[in-house]
Design a binder for this molecule. Structure first.
Ligand code: PMP
Length: 385
């Protein structure tokens, strides 16, 4: 069998349960889906107009591998001005979404058997990429510490094979932002053990409270900090596949070869459109999500569900521990018995939770939460019966 001769690490990869439950929802007539992390807004008009103009101007040929210099300059200026992350265009690689940025960063630093710490619950992608690179994902369970990173716990996981830690703040699936103690714990560990810190900050423009800090603010660990960013979420550009990474010049000089030999460059007609996107203030998106967040949080609290108050992104992660079922069973039953789809927590490393997404229309949210309330009511009745 030729299949047996494939790279064995491809057999360790798991299919995304997020997609699977979204598909189940689609196949179930009348089912409401609160599964996908996909903005329900259109890409801003000026961004689309710029892409059309670029096409009309025949900007359709090979460009610099790392992205148009003008775009890299805009990204560096944006990061410096908006987020205080002083950097230069020579440190930027424009990637096919944050996904490619994560892949390039992890591929570039993992040797076989290297361990990478993932504060969990976490987005599914990290673990799969790490396995593909023949690294070992090491989970740091944050569920007992309000989804924050405990310094002692982190220290206990570090071995002489630890190479990196992946930070995601605001977090998918909990919406939590890391507090200063968490960031400082990682800062100390990174200094002491020469760890790379990959900062997946793709939701940093969607924050609803004060007090956000990114790990990129630590200036004494810039040599080991790799920032991963995306145009997908703040500008509703998930299908454009545009993102970037920013790393120390010496690290980036090697990472760009992985990008060059796999992707070459992101699409030429989207380069100037991405510059236009950086000028766009996603205030309307943010206000809408803030309103929906307040609504969903109130509904979940009224239902008596234990849910961490999300400070960013567009997810909520209520506990289902008291229903005595694993998260996949809960989600399957909820689809068939109540016509509502959520994503089971197991695919983020926490089987006691489900993830609900609030980037859906107000009416879908209302109907979805009504169905959740009914479903939970049914479970309570059957518990008693
Ligand atoms: N990181 C996180 C935390 C995400 O939630 C996502 C997308 N859901 C990504 C990275 C990948 O985003 P992109 O569309 O830019 O590849």
């Amino acid at each position: 069998m030729m299949r047996d001769r494939m790279n064995t690490s491809v057999f360790d990869l798991r299919r995304s349960a997020i997609r699977e439950f979204a598909r189940l929802a689609k196949e179930t007539p009348g089912c409401i889906s609160l599964t996908l992390g996909e903005p329900d807004f259109d890409t801003p008009r000026p961004v689309i107009e710029q892409a059309k103009l670029s096409l009309d101007n025949h900007e359709t040929h090979y460009i610099e591998n790392n992205g148009l210099r003008e775009l890299r300059e805009s990204i560096a200026a944006y990061e410096t001005k908006a987020h205080g992350f002083t950097c230069d265009q020579s440190q930027v690689i424009v990637t096919a979404g944050a996904t490619e940025a994560l892949f390039t960063a992890l591929m570039g630093i993992i040797n076989p058997g290297d361990e990478v710490i993932i504060p969990t619950p976490a987005f599914v992608l990290y673990e799969e990429i790490i396995k593909l690179c023949r690294g070992i994902p090491v989970h740091l369970d944050t569920s007992k510490s309000s989804f924050q990173i405990c310094g002692k716990q982190l220290e206990g996981l570090i071995t002489d094979r630890t190479k990196a830690i992946v930070l995601n703040t605001p977090n998918n699936p909990t919406g939590t932002i890391l507090n200063s103690e968490s960031l400082e714990a990682v800062h100390q560990a990174a200094l002491k053990n020469d760890l790379f810190v990959i900062c997946d900050d793709v939701y940093r423009q969607l924050i609803y409270t004060d007090g956000y800090h990114s790990f990129t603010e630590f200036t004494d660990v810039r040599d080991r900090t790799i920032l991963v960013q995306s145009f997908s979420k703040p500008y509703a550009m998930t299908g454009w596949r545009m993102g970037y990474l920013i790393a120390d010049a010496q690290i980036k000089e090697r990472l760009e070869l992985i990008h060059q030999f796999s992707v070459v460059s992101t699409p030429a007609p989207f380069q100037k459109a991405a510059i236009t996107a950086l000028d766009f203030d996603p205030v309307e998106l943010k206000e809408t999500y803030a309103r929906r967040r307040a609504y969903m949080l109130k509904r979940l609290n009224d239902m008596g569900l234990d849910v961490p108050e999300p400070q960013g992104a567009f997810y909520m992660f209520p506990s289902i521990a008291r229903f005595g079922m694993d998260s996949a069973t809960f989600c399957r039953r909820m689809i068939s018995e109540a016509g509502l789809a959520a994503t089971p927590g197991f695919c983020f490393g926490s089987d006691d939770h489900i993830r609900l997404t609030y980037c859906y229309s107000d009416s879908q949210l209302k109907e979805g939460l009504d169905r959740l309330e009914k479903f939970i009511g049914m479970l309570h009745i059957s518990d008693r019966g």
